[in-house]
Design a binder for this molecule. Structure first.
Ligand code: DGL
Length: 277
């Protein structure tokens, strides 16, 4: 347990993508405080060996929990979730929630049985995505795009760098040609690109990500542990949505303003963590 007066949730990603999930958690649980932890020193996880992802996730999250005890951990990264969840659950005492591409809800929503799955090159290749498609979307035509540029473009948004729309358009050409009406955002960075994605694929009717489902799961878990998630009586000034944002590498330029724009004003931002101490 966090021991703090409000429930506290640690949200972890390799970069700023997990902020899309943190925003959903904050919307559902405005009284909860968050610790945001990004392993941006090793970003992107998709190009790291699995052993490195496991080792870094376990070490960083365990260290963060020592310093900032939390009531639940959200691994808001598809890559880390597919690789490291069992390892994390073996060493961490509080509940750990992972994220999976929302293939099931997308298959239930599509009207023309044509789905696009947008993910990182690593996630697109994983056998577990094949299993999700086999289990839930076997009646659909499924197009997959695993493009390395999208996570970088999402990271650029914090620095105020505009998404290169023409490059995005060509990255998504196969989904346009396939006439998909539903797209799964299988990487937590991608909801941050939603305006540009919509511009690129105006025919798509349903954009499906996992943020709300994760937020509901966190709410349920906190209720199970008896932590109050009632916003009544909380003083916003006393309880900013993000108690601390921790980056293993340099603090991304413009991050405080970017987080504030998502409604996730951080009280404190730390970089080069855990440092030498
Ligand atoms: N946000 C991460 C995900 O959902 C980015 C992946 C990466 O770092 O490669 O997978």
């Amino acid at each position: 347990m966090s021991g703090s007066s409000v429930p506290r949730v640690l949200v972890f990603d390799s970069g700023i993508g997990g902020l899309s999930v943190a925003a959903c958690v904050h919307e559902r649980l405005p009284a909860a405080a968050m610790v945001y932890l990004a392993d941006n020193d090793a970003f992107p996880y998709g190009s790291q060996p699995e052993s490195v992802v496991i080792e870094r996730c376990c070490a960083l999250i365990a260290r963060a929990l020592e310093q900032y005890p939390c009531d639940a951990v959200v691994v808001a990264c598809n890559t880390a979730s597919t690789i490291a969840l069992p390892h994390l659950r073996a060493i961490i005492k509080v509940p750990v929630v992972g994220v999976v591409p929302a293939v099931k809800p997308a298959a239930a929503q599509t009207l023309n049985q044509r789905i696009g799955i947008l993910a990182t090159p690593a996630t697109v290749r994983r056998p577990y995505l094949d299993e999700l498609v086999r289990e839930f979307a076997s009646h659909c035509l499924v197009g997959r795009v695993g493009h390395p540029g999208l996570v970088q473009w999402a990271e650029g948004l914090a620095r105020g760098v505009a998404v290169p729309q023409a490059e995005l358009d060509s990255a998504l050409a196969s989904l346009r040609e396939a006439k998909v009406d539903t797209v799964v955002l299988g990487c937590t960075h991608y909801p941050l690109l939603l305006d540009s994605l919509k511009q690129s694929l105006p025919e798509v009717r349903f954009w499906v990500d996992s943020g709300d489902a994760i937020a509901r799961r966190v709410e349920w878990l906190l209720a199970q542990t008896g932590r109050s998630v009632d916003a009544q009586g909380q003083d916003d000034a006393m309880c900013p949505p993000v108690a601390v944002a921790i980056f293993s590498g340099e603090i991304p330029e413009g991050i405080t303003e970017f987080m504030a724009g998502l409604g996730l004003q951080p009280k404190e931002v730390t970089g080069s963590w855990p440092g030498d101490s």
